[in-house]
Structures are given as structure tokens and as C-alpha cells.
Write a protein that binds this ligand. Structure first.
Ligand SMILES: [Zn+2]
Ligand SMILES: [Zn+2]
Length: 201
């Protein structure tokens, strides 16, 4: 089973106790086990497609995924697909293999009917929900076998072509700030950063 200090670290990183984050932690670990990966990504040897979205219950899932897999927004080896679902596809970039791990709908439906989710839907902040309510949920999640929590695909081929980070940069001719290559826009023959060029994104 999962080391308790990994859970502790994840709760500290996440900021509050809730059931969705530990589910992400377990999903990441299950995907790694299935792929035969023994440690979280140091850099970009793993890549994660996360199906969570921009505004729904259980988005906290993605923080657990990041802690387990080492696929982080800082390293840009995780991306959100915004399908508003709780599933990940974890890719072993060198071996060109992947696995998809999705929350088991039966387990997820029980969670969505819980007192915790009911209180959250009434606008109560997760940190204001009693430990007596959330602790047993987390403990249950940490102790269930993978196949109760998830539907796990077979390992399949996935030829992932990552983007190489650029070291090329310029100075914006308006604000003087440093901009990496993809962010430069030409306007009135001037090299400008995106906000100075007046583009939203
Ligand atoms: Zn949370
Ligand atoms: Zn600028």
C-alpha cells in the first residue's frame, strides 16, 4: 500500500483534505505500476494527459496525479484535456507505451453521494469540513485495491512527440521584459511581447 508520508506530502502541497486529491494520487500510482515505472518523473520521461476540466467537483484529483507521477505543470509534462472527467493517460515517453486509468463509475457515484460532496455543493469550504467526515473517506481510498477504484486499460503503444523547450529569447521593444521565442509578436515592425502587442493570448 501507499506510504503515508507520500499522502502527507500531497496534503501539504494541495492545501486541504478531500477525497479527490488522494484518488488522483492512487490513479497516478496505479498507472505507474501498470507501466512498470518505479519512480516519479525527474524530467520529461513521463507525460500525463489529465481529463479533468476547468470547473467541476473532483478537480483536486490533478494535484494527487502530479505528486504521484512527477508530471507537473512546472515541467510541462502534464496537460489538462478539459473533458471534465477523472481519468489520466500516463505515457512512458522512451518506451512509447501508455496506460489509461479512469475512476470506476460505481466508486465515483458513491463518493458524489457522500456527505462531504453534499456539504461542498452547499458552498462549505473543504477546510471547514470536519475531519470525522473526510478522514474515513481518505483512509478508505488509500486502502482499496486498484480495481475497486479504477478501470485500468491494457498497456498500449503511444508514440509521443514532446516539444523541446526553447532557450532562444528576445527583449520586448516596448516593456523591455525577456520573452522566449514563441511569445514574440511583430507589430508595426517592432518585436513585442503578447500583452504589449495587444493580444489577449
Ligand atoms: Zn481538494
Ligand atoms: Zn512587452
Amino acid at each position: 500500500m501507499v506510504e503515508s508520508n507520500l499522502l502527507e506530502m500531497a496534503i501539504k502541497f494541495h492545501g486541504h483534505k478531500c477525497p479527490a486529491m488522494p484518488l488522483g494520487l492512487r490513479a497516478g500510482l496505479a498507472a505507474m505500476r501498470k507501466l512498470g515505472v518505479v519512480k516519479p518523473a525527474c524530467n520529461k520521461e513521463l507525460y500525463c494527459l489529465c481529463e479533468t476540466g476547468l470547473a467541476h467537483a473532483t478537480m483536486c484529483f490533478v494535484d494527487g496525479v502530479q505528486v504521484a507521477t512527477g508530471c507537473t505543470f512546472g515541467k510541462s509534462n502534464i496537460e489538462k484535456l478539459n473533458y471534465e472527467k477523472n481519468a489520466i493517460t500516463l505515457i512512458d515517453v522512451k518506451k512509447k507505451k501508455a496506460v489509461r486509468v479512469a475512476l470506476n463509475p460505481e466508486f465515483q457515484k458513491k463518493g458524489l453521494g457522500s456527505k462531504f460532496v453534499q456539504m461542498r455543493s452547499q458552498g462549505i469550504e473543504p477546510q471547514d469540513i470536519d475531519a470525522e467526515i473526510v478522514d474515513p473517506m481518505i483512509e478508505n481510498i488509500m486502502n482499496q485495491p486498484d480495481d475497486v477504484l479504477f478501470k485500468i486499460s491494457d498497456v498500449f503503444d503511444y508514440d509521443f512527440k514532446g516539444k523541446k523547450g526553447t532557450f532562444e529569447w528576445q527583449q520586448c521593444e516596448s516593456c523591455g521584459e525577456v520573452v522566449f521565442a514563441h511569445g514574440i509578436r511583430i507589430k508595426n515592425e517592432k518585436k513585442l511581447c503578447i500583452p504589449c502587442a495587444g493580444y489577449e493570448r
